[in-house]
Design a protein around this ligand. Sequence first.
Ligand code: ZN
Length: 506
Amino acid sequence: MNPAYEQLVAKQRDTHLLVASADLLSWDQETMLPPAGVAFRARQLKLLSTLVHERTIATETADLLAACEADPAIGADPMSAPAVNVRELRREFEHATRLPAALVAELSETQSLAQHAWAGARTRSDFAAFRPWLEKMVSLLRRKAECLGTPPGGESWDALGDLYEVGMRAADLEPLFRDLKAELTPLLQRIVGAGHSGADRLQRIELDEPAQEKFVRFVLGAMGFDFERGRMDRSTHPFCSGSHPDDVRITTRFHKDNFLDALSSTMHEGGHALYEQGLPPDQTGLPMGQAVSLGIHESQSRLWENMVGRSRAFWTWCQPHLATFFGRSLDGFGVDQLHAASNLIRPDFIRVEADEVCYNLHVMIRFEIERALMRGELDVKDIPEAWNQGYRDTLGLEVPDDARGCLQDVHWSCGLFGYFPTYTLGNIYAAQLFAAAERDLGDLDSSFARGDFAPLRDWLRAAVHGHGSRLRPGALIQQATGSAPDASHLIRYLKGKLLPLHGLGG
Ligand code: ZN
């Protein structure tokens, strides 16, 4: 192998050690860190990110990349690990060098201050207090997009979206979302019109947290999460942090009166974790050993959370085990009641609590607003009005205050424009992958009903996890399923499950 490639790989693996150390410190910050340690932790993280940035933009990196690109042997097979690693490291290098250091510093400082201002503004539902920070953020993000460069025929939002989902374009999302909305809106109206099933009775039963924790660990084990190569802890906002396939950490949360929330959070993060544990171990620290995009990552979490965890077959397996963990507390809840309770459909204000039908509608409202902001078609001061109008038109809700409206998400305060649509892409990919797994494996319900999730997990490992960043998201879905990303699978899945469940026929 080319000595320049060997050097590039060695250098990159060391850089990844710094990144992984920062990941671990961030995990610790969310789970263990005493409150007074926050300022010191910020200094630790700042130093690590500076070191990573310096290594990424070093002249040596540029020279090594150029030497690798000049070697025809490396590029001969564009899907080989060396070709993929050079391609993706070049991409990272370009991103890192296009942003002037002063802009990076200003963004980073504004992010921490804006996030702080947002947290206070959300508590008091005071958009006016957050507005100057968001105005500053939008203007910095416009500059960032300018530096990164708009793709040919694209718009400035694309430059930011591309950071999270390679190749994602607002102009492609628009028709995709429009078609999805045209299906979801009437589906939601039909389900809501069918009236309540009384399935929320389950949410009034209190179950103690240690029992809930034992239960979700049991489910996580059945999914195939390897506790020798990962762990589960608690945090306010559940997340998955993977610094190495042998050290994958998830968090979950518990509410006494809603064990389904702990279950869905755990299965969601568990899906992310299986992806991280399934990445090619010989490529650790290199792009080939990393998840390809946020959308593909989210497809793994949503697939386990929804297609598995909210299926009747899952409850057929799970229901008889409940007494082991919860004694007689859930007596009287049969498979059908549990299945219905895990599929309550009810429009509400908060995205992170949204059901499978409403979730993507929440995302679309945010996408339209941030796109309009980036285009200069919407002023920051007009966000609350645009937000509330979006909820009125899309979900039929009157938003009562900005805390339950445009101040609910942390993303914009951290400068994460272009991020929200990856959640919906994840849902679309998840349904398409699940349909392809069923096509290839036959009846998955009977294996789920036995608590056997290995066939699905192994299929995902071969079709998605093992590829790392070899293929771009669209190409990965095409290869795994035989067709380009397409929302029809999600619609078919939702109708197939929810219409009969609400007595509405096919
Ligand atoms: Zn997720």
